[in-house]
Design a binder for this molecule. Structure first.
Ligand code: HEM
Ligand code: SF4
Length: 548
């Protein structure tokens, strides 16, 4: 894991000190709310419907046990006893009091964490595949590059006042577990025909009111040139983006306005310019220095058999356990989606207990996934029964990773001042409807994603079934979308038709799922069936009145 050097530690500590002064001036009335707003946003502090909300970065989704315990402590001391893990590998606290936030940030700094650049028009928390360093088919661990990008983009003088927020993700595997194609810019680690490792850069993806899948900007960038190329893309965006209409200021709009060809040409021109002066060359030694922080742990030589257990254990292994690169090891997903729970929420007690599991069974590491789950990356197969038993006791052993109740949902109208509708109760209704485990396993992979408004924080455009909250004269309604994907086969969901009422939406989802079960060919996922047969049958079924 990366450890702060002296510069990082001092920088974070100074930021807390400055913010303490800003908060004091706000509390004394010296600063108005409007004057304080840009200052708090620089430190990830939002003002929501009921309270302040602090968004804390978990760079590339990696946490140590010590950090997890601190997140639990913060939830207990400054919040209402829980935290909310988000799709961009952050954790959000929904109830901190302004007066406490400087102390909270001090506590975070003591475990090398902060909330800087988790808000505002800058490069946000750099995310990565949550199986990084553990996945069986990975070309290379994406986190060293993600850390280098984090350092390059933190307080970069040219990019702290971008036209709009800018989200970067890095993946090291053909399987895309980081929603790369939905990012403003993303890097995929690739091997070229000569067997050399380098980087494919894509840009222009995004959710929000106008969704786009990213375009390939450059198929292969040499290692030493990667920062120069990323800087070139950002520079074109920074210089050429509109700044007169907040809805048209993301890079996706620029690329789709001038066309990907023209954008590539402009990026290439900047790239040549940057390379000429040579200042952004990434030296081999620097890459090696950062990579050393992420050196693979010493895996023991242990038995490679999967232990046997009861039906609950077997079901959990089937969905929540994944292939690891080291023999005898495996990756285990802890879904924060037990039936009826708030997707992504974990209580302070659960976080502490998970930290104990990390210590004991996962080489002191955990990952936050973009599906709002947690992942133990390095687990010995022989320890799985003990881990499962402990998770059962904690209410965290729901065997539903990737299934219909593993739902992504944004905070929606329960917290968010931009929301049209609530997302959390809809997620809970659907999860309850499909609570039966045999049925979930029978349905197989099906990703439901729910947003409370068109900003799309809940990734509804990328849901196999996407749900969007809309407001009709002050009443909450929900639009269905089918056929989206956030994985390597990325696609934008198609809108089904008129929205459903709050009490109709879960039934409509069920009718859609029933059509899939009727029409599917052997081995087909929901998404495959939809792609094969199209919208018509799903639409007819969805709008049929529910049978009495
Ligand atoms: C409750 C406070 C939140 C506020 C005020 C907020 C605000 C926004 C806004 C305004 C956008 C649209 C940006 C645009 O189209 O330019 C957005 C996008 C997004 N937010 Fe949030 N958000 C919140 C919470 C969350 C949470 C909890 C998550 C994760 C679960 C999240 C993840 C995202 C993602 C993934 C996007 C889409 C990025 C894209 O457009 O490419 N946000 N958010
Ligand atoms: S999608 Fe809308 S309602 Fe949901 S968190 Fe984002 S801004 Fe709020």
């Amino acid at each position: 894991m990366y450890r702060y050097d002296e510069f990082d530690a001092q920088f974070v500590a100074e930021r807390v000190k400055q913010f303490r002064g800003q908060v004091a001036r706000r509390l004394s009335g010296e600063l108005t709310d409007d004057q304080f707003k840009p200052l708090r946003l620089m430190n990830g502090l939002y003002l929501q419907l009921h309270a302040y909300m602090l968004r804390v970065a978990v760079p590339y989704g990696t946490l140590s046990g010590k950090q997890m315990r601190m997140l639990a402590h913060i939830a207990r001391k400054y919040d209402k006893g829980y935290g909310h893990f988000t799709t961009r590998q952050n954790i959000q606290y929904n109830w901190p009091r302004l007066v406490d936030v400087p102390d909270l940030l001090d506590d975070l700094a003591s475990v090398e964490m902060h909330a800087i650049q988790t808000s505002g028009n800058c490069v946000r928390n750099v995310t990565a595949d949550h199986f990084a360093g553990a996945a069986k088919d990975e070309i290379e661990d994406p986190r060293p590059l993600a850390e280098i990008i984090r350092q390059w983009s933190s307080l970069h003088p040219e990019f702290v006042f971008l036209a709009r927020k800018f989200k970067i993700a890095v993946g090291g595997d053909k399987a895309d577990r980081a929603a790369l194609q939905w990012h403003d810019m993303a890097v995929e680690i690739v091997r070229n025909a000569q067997g050399r490792t380098g980087y494919k850069v894509i840009a222009g993806g995004g959710m929000g009111r106008i969704p786009y899948i990213a375009y390939v900007m450059k198929e292969f960038v040499e290692r030493e040139d990667i920062l120069a190329y990323l800087e070139a893309v950002l520079r074109v965006y920074n210089q050429d983006s509109r700044r007169d209409n907040i809805h048209k200021q993301r890079i996706k709009i620029l690329i789709n306005t001038i066309g990907p060809e023209e954008f590539r040409r402009r990026a290439e021109r900047e790239f040549d310019e940057i390379k000429k002066n040579g200042s952004l060359q990434l030296p081999q030694e620097e890459l090696a220095r950062i990579t050393a922080y992420f050196a693979p742990p010493q895996f023991e030589s242990v038995a490679d058999e999967m232990p046997k257990g009861d039906a609950a254990f077997s079901n959990w292994v089937k969905t929540n356990v994944h292939a690891h690169r080291a023999p005898g090891y495996t990756i285990a997903t802890i879904t924060l989606k037990s039936i009826g729970a708030v997707p992504g929420d974990a209580s302070a007690d659960q976080m502490d207990a998970i930290a104990d599991l990390m210590d004991r069974y996962s080489l002191d590491e955990i990952r936050v996934s973009h599906e709002q789950n947690l992942v133990l990356p390095h687990v010995r197969k022989k320890d799985l029964p003990a881990i499962h038993a402990r998770l059962l006791a904690l209410g965290l052993a729901t065997p539903n990773a990737g299934l219909i109740t593993d739902i992504i949902a944004c905070p929606g109208l329960d917290y968010c001042d931009l929301a049209n509708a609530r997302s959390i109760p809809v997620a809970q209704d659907i999860a309850r409807k499909f609570a039966d485990l045999d049925r979930q396993h029978e349905i197989g992979e099906l990703k439901i994603k729910i947003s409370g408004c068109i900003n799309a924080c809940g990734h509804h455009h990328a849901g196999h079934i996407g749900i969007l909250g809309v407001d009709k004269k002050g009443v909450e309604f929900y639009q269905l979308q089918l056929g989206g994907s956030g994985a390597e086969d990325a696609s934008i969901g198609d809108i089904l038709g008129p929205a459903f009422g709050e009490h109709e939406i879960a039934d409509a989802v069920e009718r859609v799922v029933n059509i899939y079960l009727k029409e599917r060919a052997p081995g087909e996922r929901f998404l495959d069936t939809y792609r094969r047969i199209g919208m018509a049958k799903f639409k007819t079924a969805a709008y049929e009145k529910a049978m009495a």
